[in-house]
Design a protein around this ligand. Structure first.
Ligand code: GLN
Length: 486
C-alpha cells in the first residue's frame, strides 16, 4: 500500500510504532498532489514548505513520546477557514491575496495536535454552490470521472480525499456542502449539529446554518477527526458548552438491534434517479438485516425547504458579504472615482455571478416592505421544518435518505440553470435548517461507476447514532474501499 492511501487510523498506528515518519508520509502526500492535481484541481494552495516544516515538528514531538491522534497526519482544509500566514481565498477574486493574521479555532486545535496542513482546497466562491463550478479560481474535477463535478461547495476537500491527495480534510456545510460532495466522491462526510464545532475563523456565508465538519476515507477517521475539532469555544457565541463525547466509542461492530430508522416518505420523489433509489433501498435493507427496524415517517414540509433555504441563506449572505468593500480586506479596484465608485467597481470585479445573484436576492428580501413576505415567511417555514423533525424523532432514532437526487452531473450541464442546481439540494438542506447532524456514507455506485451516498440524520448532538449506524453499515460493505483510477 502507498503511504498516501493510508487512513488517519492506519497512519497513526505506523507513526506511533515509528515505522514511518511524518516527513515520509507528508512527502508522499505532496508528491501525490503534484502527480495528479493537474487533472483534478482540488487545491488552490499547496503548502509544500510549511507542510514539511509541520511534519518536522510532528516528528520531533513523536520522538519525545508526545503523539496524539492527528500528530503528523497531512490534512487538507477548505479555503474558507483562516490559516495564519497562509492565503485564504474563499475561491473569490475579492480575497485572492488575503493572508489572515490568525487561525480559525479548528485550525488551532489541529495545530495543537501537531497535524500537518498540506494545503487549502477549492470550493464554490464563498461556499455558494453545489458543484464547485462557482469557484473564482478554477474548476475541480471528480476523480471518478474527470468530466464531472465533484459536488460542492466543499468539492476540493472531497476530491482531495477521494484522490488520496491528503489523508483527510475539513469542509463546511451550510445546506449540504460536506455531505453532497462526499456522496459524489465516494467518501464519508459529516455535518455536525449546529454549535458543536466552533465557527470562529470560518468565513461566514449564512451564519445560522454554517458548520465545519470532517471529510474522510472511512467512518473511523470521521470519528477521530470529530474528536479533534468538536467542542465549546468562547470566541463563537453560537458554540454550545456541552461536553464532547469520545466519538470513537461508537465504532463497535455489534449490529443495530433495538434501533428504529425512519424513512421519510416525502423523499421518494419522482425526480429520484433510478440508480440512487436502488442503492439507497439496498442500504436500507442492509440496515434492517443488521437488526434495526425501518419504518416510514413523514416530514410534511419538505416541499418548502428549497424555497425557504434560498431566501434565508442569501439574506444572511447579503449581510455577511457587505464587509468586502475594498477597504478592510483583499482586493480594491484602483479605478479613478469617488468612494461609491470604488465600492461599486471593487464588488463588481471582485465577486462572481452566483455571489452577486445571492447578494441581490438577499438584499431585496430584507428590504423594507419585503421582509415580512420573504425573510419573515421563510423563517416561519424553518420553524415548521424543525417541528417536522421533532415529531419524526418521536418515532425513530435516526432518519435514512439519499444525499442527492442523482449522481454527479457533467461539468457545465447545469451552469445556466440555477434553479435545477438549487433543487438538487433538496435532501440536505433540511438538516441545516433544523440544526441537526447528518452524515453521508458510500452506499453504492451508479451504472456509470459514479459513487452514491446514504444520508443518516439524527437528533441535535446525537452524532453518535450517525456514527454507529454508518460504522455498522460500512463494516458490512466495501464501497468505501474502492478507489478511482487516476
Ligand atoms: N448548495 C447550497 C448553496 O449553494 C449549499 C452550500 C453549502 O452548504 N455551503 O447554498
Amino acid at each position: 500500500m502507498k503511504l498516501y492511501e493510508l487512513t488517519i487510523k492506519e497512519a497513526h498506528e505506523l507513526l506511533k510504532r515509528k515505522e514511518i515518519s511524518s516527513q515520509e508520509l507528508t512527502r508522499a502526500v505532496l508528491e501525490r498532489i503534484h502527480a495528479v492535481d493537474d487533472k483534478v484541481k482540488a487545491y488552490i494552495t499547496v503548502a509544500d514548505e510549511r507542510a514539511m516544516e509541520d511534519a518536522r515538528i510532528a516528528d520531533k514531538a513523536i520522538s519525545e513520546g508526545n503523539i496524539s491522534r492527528l500528530t503528523g497526519i497531512p490534512l487538507a482544509i477548505k479555503d474558507l477557514m483562516t490559516t495564519e500566514g497562509l492565503r485564504t481565498t474563499c475561491a473569490s477574486k475579492i480575497l485572492e491575496n488575503f493572508v489572515p493574521p490568525y487561525n480559525a479555532t479548528v485550525i488551532g486545535k489541529l495545530k495543537k495536535e501537531h497535524a500537518v496542513i498540506a494545503g487549502k482546497t477549492n470550493m464554490d466562491e464563498f461556499a455558494m454552490g453545489s458543484s464547485t463550478e462557482n469557484s473564482g479560481i478554477q474548476i475541480t474535477h471528480n476523480p471518478w470521472d474527470l468530466s464531472r463535478i465533484p459536488g460542492g461547495s466543499s468539492g476540493g476537500s472531497a476530491a482531495a480525499v477521494a484522490a488520496d491527495m491528503c489523508i483527510a480534510s475539513l469542509g463546511s456545510d451550510t445546506g449540504g456542502s460536506i455531505r453532497q460532495p462526499a456522496a459524489h466522491c465516494g467518501i464519508v462526510g459529516l455535518k455536525p449539529t449546529y454549535g458543536r464545532v466552533s465557527r470562529f475563523g470560518l468565513v461566514a456565508y449564512a451564519s445560522s446554518l454554517d458548520q465545519i465538519g470532517p471529510m474522510t476515507k472511512d467512518v473511523t477517521d470521521c470519528a477521530m477527526l470529530m474528536n479533534a475539532v468538536a467542542g465549546y469555544d468562547p470566541k463563537d457565541s453560537t458554540s454550545v458548552p456541552k461536553e464532547v463525547p469520545d466519538y470513537t466509542a461508537c465504532l463497535k461492530h455489534e449490529g443495530l438491534k433495538g434501533m428504529t430508522i425512519g424513512i421519510p416518505k416525502e423523499y421518494s420523489t419522482a425526480g429520484l434517479d433510478a440508480d440512487v433509489s436502488a442503492a439507497v433501498k439496498n442500504a436500507v435493507r442492509k440496515i434492517e438485516s443488521l437488526g434495526a427496524e425501518c419504518i416510514e415517517i413523514s416530514l410534511p414540509h419538505t416541499e418548502y425547504v428549497v424555497a425557504a433555504y434560498y431566501v434565508i441563506a442569501p439574506c444572511e449572505a447579503s449581510s455577511n458579504l457587505a464587509r468586502y468593500d475594498g477597504v478592510k480586506y483583499g482586493f480594491r479596484d484602483k479605478e479613478k472615482g469617488d468612494l461609491m465608485q470604488m465600492y461599486r467597481s471593487t464588488r463588481s470585479k471582485g465577486f462572481g455571478a452566483e455571489v452577486k445573484r445571492r447578494i441581490i436576492i438577499g438584499t431585496y428580501c430584507l428590504s423594507a416592505g419585503y421582509y415580512d413576505a420573504y425573510y419573515g415567511k421563510a423563517s416561519q417555514v424553518r420553524t415548521l421544518i424543525m417541528e417536522d423533525f421533532k415529531n419524526a424523532f418521536e418515532h425513530c432514532d435516526a432518519i435514512a435518505s439519499p444525499v442527492t437526487p442523482a449522481p454527479a452531473f457533467r461539468i457545465g450541464e447545469n451552469t445556466d440553470d440555477p434553479l435545477t442546481m438549487y433543487l438538487s439540494d433538496i435532501f440536505t438542506l433540511s438538516a441545516n435548517m433544523a440544526g441537526i447532524p447528518g452524515i453521508s456514507v458510500p452506499c453504492g455506485f451508479s451504472g456509470d461507476g459514479l459513487p452514491i451516498g446514504l444520508q443518516i440524520m439524527g437528533k441535535h448532538f446525537n452524532e453518535e447514532i450517525l456514527l454507529t449506524v454508518a460504522y455498522n453499515f460500512e463494516q458490512e460493505t466495501d464501497f468505501h474501499k474502492r478507489k478511482p483510477m487516476l
